[in-house]
Design a protein around this ligand. Sequence first.
Ligand code: GNR
Ligand code: NI
Length: 190
Amino acid sequence: MALLPILTAPDPRLKKKSLPVETVDAGVRQLMDDMLETMYDAPGIGLAAPQVGVLKRVIVLDIDREDTKTGPLFMANPEIVEASDEDLSYEEGCLSVPDHYSDVVRPAAVKVRYLDRDGKTQELACEGLLATCVQHEIDHLDGILFIDHISALKRNMILRKLLKARKEQERDAAERGPVKTKVKDPEHAI
Ligand code: GNR
Ligand code: NI
């Protein structure tokens, strides 16, 4: 298991369309496990592979942390096969859009078809937060962020703030200077 770095907007990789997985092999299962660990560490309730720089159609979700009712969900090639006419507005956040939240309107209930961690085709009826989350994650696989569902004015304001925060972070890191690593065995150091 490993923690993977999470990309933040604006990053060109978050705008790309991810490719379907051909088979859920050991490599895909490793990616799923690393993504789940990264998601729990963040913490978040969902994560899509492009958020960790892997342009594959893989998502993980766990909407109930304490009373693990659904438990973690691993999905390869998820597709919405049915969506309700009824909508739901939910205040969304995203690990790739840190510290910003906006109401997003999406179908209130969806049926999702996907390959599970064992490569078996599954269908799951989702409603409420799970429906919102699964649609948010599938959007990532198509290069869409929740801020693409809000007004251009709000979106550009958020993107400007993210860019500013990143520049400040880079400036602070440069001021601290390069990280000095201690030589473990000075006697045998070159
Ligand atoms: O952790 C997350 N919370 C969340 C809240 C409301 C709607 C969607 C989400 S998903 C988000 C994690 C994330 O960025 N997934 O891509
Ligand atoms: Ni997200």
